[in-house]
Design a protein around this ligand. Sequence first.
Ligand code: ADP
Ligand code: MG
Length: 419
Amino acid sequence: MQTLLLDDLRGSLEGQTVLVRLDLNTPIADGVVSDDTRIEAVLPTLQQLHEGGARAVVLAHLGRPKGQVDPAFSLAPVALRLSKRLGRPVALCAESRGPVVREAANRLSDGDVVLVENTRFEAGETKNDPDLAADWGSLARIYVNDAFGTAHRAHASTEGVARVIRAAGGVAVAGPLMQRELHFLSKVTQNPERPFVAIVGGAKISGKIDVVEALLGSVDRLVIGGAMANTFFMALGLEVGDSLVEVEKVDMAKDLLERGGDKIVLPVDVRVATEISASAEVRDLERTAVSAGDRIGDIGPQSEQLISEVLGSARTVMWNGPMGVFELDPFAHGTMSVARMMAEATDRGVLTVIGGGDSAAAIEAAGLADRVSHVSTGGGASLEYLAGDPLPGVEALSPRAEAPAGATESAASNDQGAA
Ligand code: ADP
Ligand code: MG
C-alpha cells in the first residue's frame, strides 16, 4: 500500500489545524533533555508545517507513565528544548485530552505549534481507546504520523485517531521521517538489488526469530554474529563455555541451519575471556577451541575477514544487532569493523540499512552514521516491518488513491511512499 504523504498536502495546509504524532521520547536527566537526536529529527517536519501555514497540535509520549499523570514524565523539558531548537515558541498544553487541549488548539494562529502533554498520561492511549481517539480526532481534519518508532503499536494516538479522522472525511498521512523509514525498509524487503546480505546479531535469537525466518527467505547470505551465534554453535555441537546462550532455542537453530544451508554464515573464530568486563583479558580462538569457563564476547579477526568477503559482492546490506558486547572496549572490535564495512560498502554504491537501537548506537559510536544509506530509528517497528508484519500505525493511514484533487500529479511522481 502506498500511503498519502505530508508532501502530497503541499499548498493545502494554510489555516488548517493539523494533528501531528511525533517521536519525542528523549532521555531526560535532572529535568533537562540530555540527547537532542529525536528533537533535531522532527525540526524539518515542524518547519514544513510552519511554512505551509498549518496550526500544528503535536501528540507525543515520553517514557512509560502507566496511564496516569506523573510529573516525572512531563513533556515540559521537551517543549523547552524544541522551542529553543526551532527558534519559535512551543507552548505545552498541560493536559493531554479534553477542553483544555481544544482551547489550546483554537488559540493557535497560522504557523503556530502547541505540544500536548504526554499521551501516555491517558490510560486509553496504549489500549487504543475509541473515546480517546475520538477526542483527539475531533481536533483536526488532517493527521500526520511521523513517529515510525511507535508505528508497530495500535495506540489511540497512532492508529485509533487516524481511523477517526479518516472516517470523518479527513486525511491521515505519513510525515517525512516515516516516509524515509518506509522508503528504505521497503527497498530491502521488496525486490532488493542482489546479492542481498543480512547481518544479524545482538543478544538473543528469541526477539528476532521472525526476522531471521523472513530474511532467510529473501537474502542471498545471512551472517549471524553476537550472542545469537552461540546458540547456533551449540546447535552444531560445539562447546560454548559460559557464554550467553539460549538452550531452549537450539532446536530452532538446528532447523534454521538445515533450511538455510550455505546461505547461513557463522563466525569461524571468537574473542573470549573468563569475564565480560571492561578490563577483560581477551583471547581469539577457533570456534572449535572454546572450553569450559570461556565467555564469547565478540567475533574474531578471521570472522571479520569472512564478513568482509561476503559483503564484497553485495548490492544490498541490512544490519541488525551488534557482533559482540560492543559497549565494552575489549569486545567492540567486531562491531566497529562491521560498522566500517557498512560505510565502505555504501561508498561502493551499495544500499546499506541499519536497524535496531543498539546497532544504531554502535554506528553512531563509530562516527559513521552519516556514511550509510539509512539508520532506522524505530527498533521494534523496523524489526516487525522486516519480519513482514503490518504496522498498525501505517496501515491506518490514507492510501494514495485518496489523494485530494490537485495532489495526484505530485503523488504519482513520488515513489517514496509506503509499500
Ligand atoms: P539491537 O538493539 O541492535 O537490535 P539487540 O538489542 O538485539 O541489538 O542486542 C544488543 C546487545 O547484545 C548489546 O547490548 C550487546 O552487548 C549484546 N551482545 C552482543 N553480543 C553478545 C555476546 N556475545 N554476549 C553477550 N551479549 C552480547
Ligand atoms: Mg537492543
